[in-house]
Ligand binder design. Structure first.
Ligand SMILES: *Cc1c(COP(=O)(O)O)cnc(C)c1O
Length: 349
């Protein structure tokens, strides 16, 4: 492993050398123009006839104070999916470099590794769904560019131990990605406010979960200005469309509504998990710091199909590492949760 963190040594050579596409909106970004005839757009105003801001600066100015970061430390992508993919496209040389991740975790890290032809090394969590930094570090070699951590983790639902994540950030000289898609539901202090302390940290957030906006496809990465600079160099020029930017501003203006919903989801989480744990089909409910929980049941496949037949869809995680006979259940509305419970009470073993 490299001894010191050196960002430019981690970035792929072709990306270091890349001369990025320079769009019309890059070359003239001012707001005072009277006549815009530089981008071959249709000149008739329909709200969507102009290209959007390629760097989403207005949105960044709204998000920065909320998230406790500077505007230059923010990347917006077409969902977190884009932010995940860019880890590979910026840092990982196909067929040469590798990444290390906990197992089980969110499936997109591995899918993006496969698409980019980058080796994906898995380190199994322990029986409490926790990891030790040393085990992940032992799986690394000179070609390990990034370690993926997800906390609260999907599909297990739990916060990972902060101390172990801190050890990774201090000891690993590559990129440490911490996906905090579910941090709004957790009591743990988020890592996104520590990006000044850790130059190798990238944190993901999303509009898809607590912010109730999965349909607009808006993901965020927070990292040093230097890392965000490489992200901006590689991303599609207009990767976040204008409708998404406008809708996101509206969502932010209504943040009180989001907080109300968050409180309701957290209350329902407690109620549903307790009721679920008392069902005859339930073997174990695992602790949750997210808007879903994982539960071990008597027969996950059969119960999953039984629920499907009643129009209730949960996530069957039976075939996932350490999730034998487990279902992952998102906290729904009070009515959704009542329907789930009453269907399961009628289930005949
Ligand atoms: C749902 C989820 C996301 C969000 O992905 P988007 O592409 O932003 O919708 C990110 N990470 C994890 C672990 C998730 O479960």
């Amino acid at each position: 492993m490299n001894k010191e963190f050196n960002l430019n040594e981690l970035v792929r050579k072709n990306i270091l050398a890349l001369k990025p596409y320079s769009s019309a909106r890059n070359e003239y970004a001012g707001k005072t123009a009277r006549v815009c005839i530089d981008a071959n757009e249709n000149p008739f105003d329909t709200n969507i006839n102009r290209y959007p801001d390629p760097l989403q600066l207005e949105l960044k100015s709204l998000i920065a104070p909320m998230k406790g970061v500077r505007e230059s430390q923010i990347f917006f992508g077409n969902g977190s999916d884009e932010a995940i993919d860019l880890v590979y496209r910026v840092f990982c040389e196909p067929r040469l470099d590798n990444v290390v991740a906990i197992d089980p975790t969110y499936g997109m890290y591995e899918v993006c590794a496969n698409i980019n032809d980058v080796e994906y090394r898995k380190v199994q969590l322990d029986e409490h769904y926790q990891f030790k930094a040393v085990d992940l570090l032992n799986a690394c070699d000179n070609h390990t560019k990034a370690i993926f951590i997800c906390s609260p983790n999907n599909p297990t639902g739990n916060d990972l131990q902060r101390e172990e994540m801190e050890k990774l950030l201090e000891q690993f000289k590559g990129i440490v990605v911490i996906d905090e898609a579910y941090s709004d539901f957790s009591q743990q202090r988020p890592f996104r406010t520590e990006i000044d302390k850790y130059p190798n940290l990238i944190v993901f957030n999303t509009f898809s979960k607590a912010w109730g906006s999965a349909a607009i496809r808006l993901g965020m990465a927070f990292a040093s200005e230097e890392i965000i600079g490489y992200y901006n160099k590689v991303k599609y020029p207009y990767n976040v469309n204008k409708l998404t930017q406008q809708q996101a501003k509206e969502v932010l203006a209504n943040s009180a509504e989001m907080h109300k919903q968050l409180v309701l989801v957290l209350e329902e989480r407690q109620t549903l998990m307790k009721a679920f744990s008392e069902l005859p089909i339930c073997c174990q409910v695992y602790p949750s710091d997210a808007n879903f929980f994982l539960a071990k049941v008597t027969d996950a496949n059969r119960i999953y199909s039984y629920l499907v037949d009643r129009g209730i869809i949960v996530r069957n995680r039976n075939r996932i590492t350490l999730c034998n006979n487990c279902l992952r259940i998102t906290i729904g509305t009070k009515q959704d949760n009542t329907e789930l419970l009453s269907a399961l009470r009628q289930y005949k073993q």
